[in-house]
Write a protein that binds this ligand. Structure first.
Ligand code: NAD
Length: 419
């Protein structure tokens, strides 16, 4: 998914970003060699009996990139384009992301190459339980904690928790995060990533001395993350002038009524035909003049071909990898302020950490506790990345990578390298 034909392999991009940060930090050779590559890679074959009675074989992966700062943490993706390189790249980014927000986890990721849209709920359950059994030696609350990612959700996590618990003989909710509340999930997890995006946009606007009231916001991808970020910005009187989903893009120069749009999307399953809006083309949406552009859908949507036509003061990377390395350079030359993904969308893993803490303590927090702690974590991380950006005169992406990589390197030096 991450590596469209015209774009670089996602894992090559992850390694390139690491080298940029490592060079800027002047990291010594031994530390580089130890923290750059995944610690463990597991490939599994999953024979699953489908509804037609035949057994179909799927391929799955679990990659633990780092356990230097704590257990490995990262989502599980079900998608036809999942590859080992993509999973390795996503696991690597998770390590630096956990470092940026300073939570005591390393990075991991999992994936199964499958098309969940063509599978029944029963087939997905069989696949998930088989995958859980296959990766069982790696996972556990003290070792590696999966979470939802593309086309997996709280139900998937419930099946994983159940399969793992049955094997051990007692309930172990801390083995996954993003669970249903009834099984030890955290209040506020569902909206955590969008909320985190909102906090980082607030920080960026403050730094740029841009009063947020009445600024124009454009959101690509009105899903979980994009809709929550849009709703929160709308609630402080920003004008969300355009949004899109996979079925279409809509525009109103005076601002869309986001709470009503959320109801419309729930009722119709799409943003298109929202009363009081006009349709626009998907590529036009990215070119709209606005103060804040939030790509919250897919990877590689702002590339060398269209970056020169982006008309936003701030680009907030709610999705993973929406801006390509070539586009980074173009946006930078146009003085567009970028909030990089490993900072911008780190609210999700932060509240996953809160969920794991609550599960381990068997003590659950009020939603306001979750929100306040999340705000503090996100705003602290933003300030730390900004300081590196200003002090070291590097772009925001390099600054975020330097913060994440630097924290892992520091932890490794303290632990020492096993002879
Ligand atoms: P989601 O499936 O809820 O929403 C994605 C939205 O993007 C959907 O509305 C979909 O219709 C839309 N979309 C798909 N293709 C599109 C296209 N070509 N043009 C415009 N819109 C399109 O997913 P989500 O959980 O909101 O995740 C969005 C992004 O954020 C992903 O890149 C994901 O990896 C990243 N992310 C999510 C979380 C989280 O906690 N959910 C955490 C970190 C990063």
């Amino acid at each position: 998914m991450l590596a469209a034909a015209s774009h670089k392999n996602a894992y090559d991009v992850a390694l390139e970003n690491f080298e940029i940060a490592a060079n800027a930090l002047d990291l010594e050779h031994d530390v580089r060699e130890t923290i750059k590559y995944p610690e463990r890679v597991l490939m599994v074959t999953l024979p699953v009996r489908m509804n037609d009675g035949r057994v179909k074989r799927f391929e799955g992966y679990r990659v633990q990139h780092s356990t230097v700062r704590g257990p490995a943490k990262g989502g599980i993706r079900y998608h036809p384009n999942v590859t080992l390189d993509e999973v390795k790249a996503l696991a690597t980014w998770m390590t630096w992301k956990c470092g940026v927000v300073n939570i005591p986890f390393g990075g991991a990721k999992g994936g199964v190459t499958c098309n969940p849209k063509e599978m029944t709920l029963g087939e997905l359950e069989h696949l998930t339980r088989r995958y859980t059994s296959a990766i069982l030696p790696l996972i556990g609350p003290e070792k590696d904690i999966p979470a939802p990612d593309v086309y997996t959700n709280s139900q998937t996590m419930a099946w994983i928790m159940d399969t793992y618990s049955i094997t051990k003989g007692y309930p172990i909710p801390g083995v996954v995060t993003g669970k249903p509340i009834a099984l030890g999930g955290s209040l506020g997890r569902n909206e955590a990533t969008g909320r985190g995006v909102f906090y980082t946009v607030q920080c960026a606007a403050e730094f740029l001395r841009l009063p947020l009231k009445a600024v124009r916001v454009v959101v690509q991808g009105f899903g979980n993350v994009g809709s929550i970020a849009a709703q929160m910005l709308h609630s402080i009187d920003c004008h969300v002038i355009a949004v899109s989903d996979s079925t279409g893009s809509i525009y109103n120069p005076h601002g869309l009524d986001i709470p009503s749009l959320m109801i419309h999307k729930t009722q119709t399953g799409r943003v298109a035909d929202f009363p009081g809006s006009e349709p626009i083309r998907a590529e036009e949406l990215l070119r709209l003049e606005c103060e804040v552009l939030i790509p919250a859908a897919l990877e590689n949507v702002i590339d060398e071909d269209n970056a020169g036509r982006v008309n936003a003061r701030i680009v907030a990377e709610a999705a993973n990898g929406p801006v390509t390395p070539g586009a980074d350079r173009i946006l930078d030359s146009r003085e567009t302020f970028l909030i990089p993904d490993i900072l911008c969308n780190a609210g999700g893993v932060t509240v996953s950490y809160f969920e794991w803490v609550q599960d381990e303590q068997h003590l659950f927090w009020e939603s306001q506790d979750v929100y306040h702690r999340l705000e503090r974590v996100m705003k602290t991380a933003f300030a730390e990345v900004l300081k590196i950006h200003l002090d070291r005169r590097v772009d925001m992406r390099a600054a975020a990578n330097m913060l994440g990589v630097g924290r892992v390197a520091e932890a490794l030096r303290l632990r020492g390298i096993y002879p």
